[in-house]
Design a protein around this ligand. Structure first.
Ligand code: AMP
Ligand code: MG
Length: 317
């Protein structure tokens, strides 16, 4: 049921069951981080592989030391700059953190989300929440309560309704393995913003990265409809002429009678607005029984880079 009843949400969480929560990035499928029973339910409901660790959500950075230890200076600076907000830090875990959360690793991913309803909830309960995105594994992330309901129907007793997610794509994940700060997953905080706080940082690229942070798994965030990411949309339309085509565009509409549906993410060419609308547009296109979604490549800087990252994963066969 879609609701804003925090007391009911609290009692469901206290009995080791799951709810959906709004965050500024995407909706989360949340359970008590100190309950293995709840954590197991998350993996089962999402059909998420057990090797894919979860993010712990705290009410405040004051609680960080209860979850993580040996926190590097850069991590403190990033937390001060971006929390509450869409940045996840991967840190050495405290020994009591369940290995179900961390997929057996000795690191834990943690952030303070920036959504008033969820912060209110976190302040009502006396445990942190673990919350991956509230979608079946691999599918398009939900950015509204209705998206979550479409996926899980009444399997969730409560989907807390916090409106459309302000940022619209997942958190940026930063890790510090071997003393080197690296971006494990591009997301709602741009690389440029991170560089302003801690100086140069690389995006971690390699096959082994897929194990470091499975959000980097090649196919992910994907519509059911075949999707391609292209530089030249007009040219691509000509390659699929007898198909039912939908377009996902950055700022300009294309005039072509062959097109069945078209989503323009920001007529003003604003990358924040584009990120905010990305998944809702993909959800809409994915429900139209199209043969193909042609997505236009975004400018490769700021949030454009994060959007391209998601579109690239959405288009992997
Ligand atoms: P989701 O909550 O669905 O956005 O996924 C959480 C992301 O955080 C996944 O990509 C995880 O792989 C990543 N993550 C969680 N814990 C760790 C960790 N200890 N090391 C690296 N990545 C992590
Ligand atoms: Mg996810």
């Amino acid at each position: 049921m879609i609701s804003t009843d925090l007391n009911k949400a609290k009692s469901i969480l206290q009995s080791d069951n799951l709810i959906a929560i709004p965050t500024e990035t995407v909706y989360g499928l949340a359970g008590n981080a100190f309950s293995d029973e709840a954590i197991n339910k998350i993996f089962e409901l999402k059909k998420r592989p057990r090797f894919n660790p979860l993010i712990v959500h705290l009410k405040s950075s004051d609680d960080l030391h209860t979850i993580a230890q040996k926190i590097p200076e850069e991590a403190i600076k990033l937390a001060e700059a971006f929390w509450p907000g869409p940045l996840t830090l991967v840190l050495k875990k405290q020994s009591h953190i369940s290995s179900l959360i961390t997929a057996g690793k000795d690191t834990v991913a943690v952030r303070v989300p920036n959504h008033p309803l969820t912060l209110q909830l976190l302040n009502l309960i006396d445990f942190p929440l673990v919350a991956p995105s509230a979608n079946p594994f691999g599918s398009i992330s939900p950015t509204s309560a209705a998206h979550v309901f479409n996926y899980f129907k009444n399997e969730l007793e409560i989907i807390l309704d916090g409106g459309a997610c302000e940022r619209g794509i997942e958190s940026t994940i930063v890790g510090f393995e071997d003393g080197v700060s690296q971006i494990y997953r591009l997301g709602s905080v741009s690389i440029e913003e991170i560089k302003q706080v801690i100086g140069n940082i690389e995006v971690f690229h390699s096959e082994s990265n897929e194990i470091m942070s499975p959000g980097m798994l090649s196919r992910h965030y994907a519509p059911k409809t075949k999707t391609v990411l292209v530089d030249d949309v007009e040219k691509s339309i000509n390659q699929f002429l007898n198909k039912r085509i939908g377009l996902l565009m950055f700022e300009n509409k294309i005039t072509n009678t062959k097109i069945i549906a078209q989503e323009v993410l920001s007529e003003l060419g604003d990358l924040n607005e584009s990120a905010h609308k990305l998944y809702a547009s993909l959800h809409r296109l994915d429900h139209l029984n199209l043969d193909i979604i042609i997505a236009e490549k975004f400018p490769d800087f700021g949030l454009g880079r994060s959007i391209n990252d998601r579109l690239l994963r959405a288009t992997k066969p």
